[in-house]
Design a protein around this ligand. Sequence first.
Ligand code: ADP
Length: 665
Amino acid sequence: MKTLHRSQSWPNQKWRWIIPILLLLLFLSTLIWLPWQAQRMEANERQEQLIADSLWVEQAIQFQLNRNDEVLRQIGGEIKSAKLQKDTVLERFRTILKNNREIQRIAWYDANNKVVADTRDIVQADGGRVPSPKFEFGDLEISEETICLKPVLEINAKNTYLMHCQIPIIKDERRIGSMMISYRMNAILEELVPWWFAQDNQITITDIDDRILAERSAGGSGKSVYTHSRALELPSLTLVLRTNSIKTEPKLLSNLLVLSVILLSIGLIWSLMALWRDINRRLAAEGALRQQVTFRTAMENSLVTGLRARDMEGRLTYVNPAFCRMVGFPAEDIIGRIPPMPYWAPEAIEEYQQRFNQLLAGSVPSEGFETTYQHASGERIPVLIYESPLIDENGKQTGWMSSILDISELRRAQELTRQQEEKLHTSAKLATMGEIASMLAHELNQPLAAISSYTTGAVNLLQGGMIDKSLFQSALEKVNAQAQRAGQIIRSVHEFVKKREATREPVQIADLIQSAMPLVELQAQASHVALQWKIAKKLPLVLADGILLEQVLLNLTRNAIEAMQTTPPEKRILRVEASYDDNEQHILVSVIDRGHGIPAEVSEKLFSPFFSTKSAGMGMGLNICRTAIEFHGGKLSHSDNPVGGTIFQFALPISASHINNIHNA
Ligand code: ADP
């Protein structure tokens, strides 16, 4: 299910990016289009402005030339009707010339094209404007309309064009003269184009063949970006007025816009990438977290150790599945509960309560403790619990964490081992018994033979009729003593082989050694070993299983005797010592021989089961001894005897009641 879900979400994740990317592209293209559009609008606006201004200038020039024409026509009319004299006309001409600086010359001709009045003369007299050559009419057509002629270069002046216009004076449909007005083309631009327009534009007047007749460029030459040409319609002449703006394309604005678009785009892409990175990082972290959680859950679920968390009031806040399995309650039934808990065994409630109070008081035992839980089915489960404080990320304690180990299996295994060991003890005992049975028979032979000979003697005395009372008594006492000794040997063997569970009771170690003595003696005698005993007086009691300890003693003495087989007979001494170590409060029992000793390689394996250097040895003796001593809380050790041979020694703790007695005394 999960993998399916994942594979479905893949294309979705891809598609999720398509929309923002498309939006981003749209946004970017809009951003790029905007400055371009703005520039175009600006350019259009400038162009339109230029056209409007050019129109205005053209109109202004047209208007002024028409006005001049009108004024001269009026003078012409007056010449016809009022018969104006040359001087008056000249005076009028002079006024016009003064007010209109674009006009270079005005002249009045009669019907034969002879100059009547010419402003050239006055100008020369005034010493003002540069004189111009006399104008020749040639064969000009007679017409009532004003006629402007193609501008011509002014003689003696550089690149200066003059345009002459003739205004006829007509009377009774007959030309009685004409007036000639000459415009300096440059001056037309200088005078009639307003300064603000000239400042921004290069203005030229050309003829229709594109010959430049006049030019004005006060603000520099035109950039040919915004240009406009208008026809300048003059009477019978068409000129062209060209304007060329000195303005270039609107760069700054577009540059700024483009720059900001680039910056914005970079910023946008960068932030999108950062977002992308961030999302990927988050996704990765989320994935890792999910994996961690799954891993932890799997770990928790596979744990066999029960885990339990409690808050500061002892309320259960968490349990793992192993704990639930152990106590047989589902988590939801026990989480949130405060003691007493449903898994507390009624017989141990007091113990739990006490421990719980200790916990609330803040004393957590560092080592684990054993107790019993009650499964929901009523079954008792032995458990081992470790408690530790639960510390949060700020280092503050928020409760307790416990790990709970179900030790029923362990207990069962221990019990099984113990039983097996016991069985082994029994078989070992039987083996020992088999071995000593012959010795026992031999030893019993002695007292029995003695008894037999004493009783035979006594019978003979009776038959001989010799009745010596004291002799009889002595014989019977000896019989009695031998019989008792035999009985003691038999009893101790009987005790030893009797199969029974280990029971502990206060034992006087001296008595114990005493009761084992006959058997030891039996072995010793067979091997010609001299036996020595040294038992301290008033030894404290030990809590022990007497028979087990006897067996230990028998095993150790038997090993010692066997180790001395090759020792010269005079050195075959077996010493058994018992003393009390006040410091350690231990009873120490040593079995000292003068045998072949224990080499290092043997020493390592000494206590391993079935390790033996003897051809008929079982190799269980020392192993059983150590188990038996440790079962009593004691310790079995060995060391080299300084005079040759080995010392085996076991220490046994003395019984607690005895310690009390010692303290009370
Ligand atoms: P077994 O007597 O059947 O061999 P034990 O466990 O009693 O088994 O002894 C193991 C081995 O330890 C013996 O075979 C012997 O080599 C060595 N050993 C035990 N006691 C002594 C001793 N007092 N002196 C020398 N060697 C000893």
